[in-house]
Design a binder for this molecule. Structure first.
Ligand SMILES: [Zn+2]
Length: 252
């Protein structure tokens, strides 16, 4: 029983968008080749770009969030943007909730160094804000618990081991929801980047780059699905503006 509880407790780590927090499970064998971080610019130039884009995108993300969550706790849309400067981490960006209850968007230094232009930074910031706006963190945890319980019941009914059943159920629950959530975050990110004056279609081109040592790319859906989602959303925004309807509401 104790073992089962422990296994449930680690499941949330598997589902987070691209979480790098929490202890990593000890590998049984050392990896043969260690992926090296892909960097294309100096930390100084990356950090300057990141600061410049964050200043423009954060107020837009906050305002867009408040338009949707009018009655939420004021903290819900009060984004904190952070940089993790640990150079050993593979390129990554993720959203979490801080101890004070505010949503935190973290980019690590290799993510910042691998980004090629301001549109990419704006789009990824918008994507991470989108996970908060669509409440994905809480929903993913609910799905995992439901999946794990269901998997355990199924295993029991089949006379199989409860433990492996629960593990399987939790993984299936997490995996089947995460791709849909990622595409939802891409739709919201497209709106936010566009509202902040960036081009989300250019921003999404980073998906075409190699995924090997990039945790953000390798934990997200295939590039083409994401590029199509961004292109379609951006086309709808342009069409609404061209028709004189102004900025369309954010939907996902
Ligand atoms: Zn994501």
């Amino acid at each position: 029983m104790k073992k089962k509880l422990l296994s449930l407790a680690i499941l949330p780590l598997l589902a987070a968008c691209v979480s790098t927090t929490g202890p990593a499970p000890a590998p049984t064998k050392p990896p043969v080749t260690k992926p090296q971080p892909v960097v294309t610019r100096s930390a100084q130039s990356g950090l300057a770009a990141f600061a410049r884009v964050s200043r423009r995108v954060e107020p837009v993300a906050e305002r867009s969030c408040r338009q949707i969550h009018k009655n939420a706790n004021p903290k819900f849309c009060d984004f904190v943007i952070k940089v993790n400067k640990d150079p050993r981490q593979p390129a990554n960006a993720y959203q979490s909730i801080g101890q004070d209850g505010r949503p935190v968007i973290t980019f690590n230094i290799n993510m910042i160094r691998s980004i090629q232009n301001d549109h990419e930074i704006a789009f990824i910031l918008g994507h991470e804000a989108g996970h908060q706006i669509a409440k994905h963190l809480g929903k993913t945890r609910q799905n995992q618990v439901a999946g794990a319980v269901l998997g355990g019941l199924l295993a029991a009914a089949l006379g199989a081991d409860m433990q492996s059943g629960a593990d399987l159920g939790g993984l299936v629950g997490a995996r089947s929801y995460s791709k849909g959530f990622e595409l939802q975050a891409d739709r919201i990110g497209t709106h936010i980047a566009s509202r902040a004056g960036y081009n989300p279609v250019i921003g999404a081109r980073s998906f075409n780059r190699t995924q090997g040592s990039n945790a953000f790319l390798s934990t997200h859906p295939p590039s083409q699905d994401r590029i199509n989602t961004v292109n379609q959303t951006a086309a709808r925004i342009r069409a609404a503006k061209a028709a004189g309807q102004g900025t369309p509401p954010i939907t996902w």
